[in-house]
Design a protein around this ligand. Structure first.
Ligand SMILES: [Zn+2]
Length: 328
């Protein structure tokens, strides 16, 4: 019986790195920095950091668990130059903090440093460093021939595209500190995947953008569901993605729904998992009706399919996942 998953809070013997689905990441001794007012023995021993995958594939998602037997007030993380938000999920005598992290499609393969900052009493604290391997994504290449006007937008359009890109970046880099999501993320529509995540497109012989989401076939008017509970962070009509909704699930996790024929929510609304946020369509730059579904995690574009499987696996491992572990 599987009982010790990353989101588990059950009691039982700790079998260390061999716990279900987790790989212990050992700290690297780069330097240890103590900050604040003085010696706090609570932070001398590095906490155990575990990942649900041995290496993180480019564009991949991993569950992360941090365990310390000492009292700490809060935990912060930093990975790939972005803040990582942990949420507390203890209950077995140790302090356990969990989160999801991702790497961007364009993250350089190789070793990257995952930094952990523990805050103790009186503002004292300590930083610990762990090395995490990022592996090649190995995504497919697709060659397309399109009318030149579609491939090379005019100057006026370029300005609009640039502005819209900045708006989206601003939204996904300002996450809610409240965690809205719990349990597994769901597919927003049922349908065949027509274009996978990470696909490199060669447009008219020139390298185009890398496909940073999943295309799911969906007829115009089909209901599109919120993948998990969230606050609506953005609604609007954008050049490439047409009628678009971005949901903020909290702690750095966002989902993006594109080419909608109709938007059924407003910015600021809090939507439940599986509630209807809009209808599928073919607005923006598309070759036919489908839902483009994207996920941002700590500012990285990650594989939506990974988000579903990783959070489903967490639920299988524990039975209860994160539903009982609300953020503060
Ligand atoms: Zn797409």
């Amino acid at each position: 019986m599987r009982s010790k998953g990353i989101f588990s809070s059950q009691k039982g013997p700790d079998t260390g790195p061999f716990r279900t689905g987790l790989t212990l990441i050992l700290p690297v001794i780069l330097l240890v920095i103590t900050f604040g007012t003085g010696p706090d023995p609570a932070h001398k021993r590095p906490p155990a950091l575990s990942f649900s995958t041995e290496g993180l594939r480019q564009g991949g998602v991993a569950r992360v668990e941090l365990r310390t037997d000492q009292w700490v007030r809060s935990v912060k993380g930093r990975f790939l130059e972005k803040e990582v938000f942990f949420f507390e999920s203890g209950g077995d005598g140790k302090r356990t903090f969990r989160t999801l992290v991702g790497t961007d499609l364009s993250t350089r393969p190789g070793l990257h440093i995952f930094e952990v900052m523990l805050d103790g009493e009186n503002g004292s604290g300590r930083r610990h460093f762990y090395s995490v391997v990022v592996t090649e994504g190995g995504y497919e290449v697709e060659r397309l021939t399109l009318p030149e006007a579609m491939v090379k937008p005019g100057a006026g359009v370029l300005k609009r595209i640039e502005m819209e890109k900045k708006t989206v970046e601003r939204v996904v880099n300002n996450p809610s500190k409240e965690r809205f999501w719990s349990g597994p993320f769901i597919m927003p529509v049922d349908g065949r995947i027509t274009s996978g995540f990470g696909l490199k497109r060669i447009l008219n012989g020139r390298p185009g953008s890398v496909h940073s989401g999943l295309d799911i076939r969906a007829p115009v008017g089909k209901e599109v569901l919120a993948s998990n509970r969230a606050r609506v962070a953005l609604t609007g009509e954008l050049y490439f993605t047409g009628k678009t909704v971005i949901l903020d699930h909290g702690l750095g996790l966002f989902t993006l729904y594109c080419h909608l024929s109709e938007i059924r929510v407003e910015e600021g609304d809090v939507v439940d998992k599986a509630s209807v946020i809009g209808l599928a369509g073919s607005t923006g730059r598309t070759t036919g009706p489908h839902l483009h579904w994207g996920v941002y995690l700590n500012g990285s574009r990650v594989n939506p399919a990974d988000l579903v499987t990783v959070t489903e696996a967490a639920e299988r491992d524990t039975g209860a996942v994160v539903t009982g572990a609300a953020s503060g």
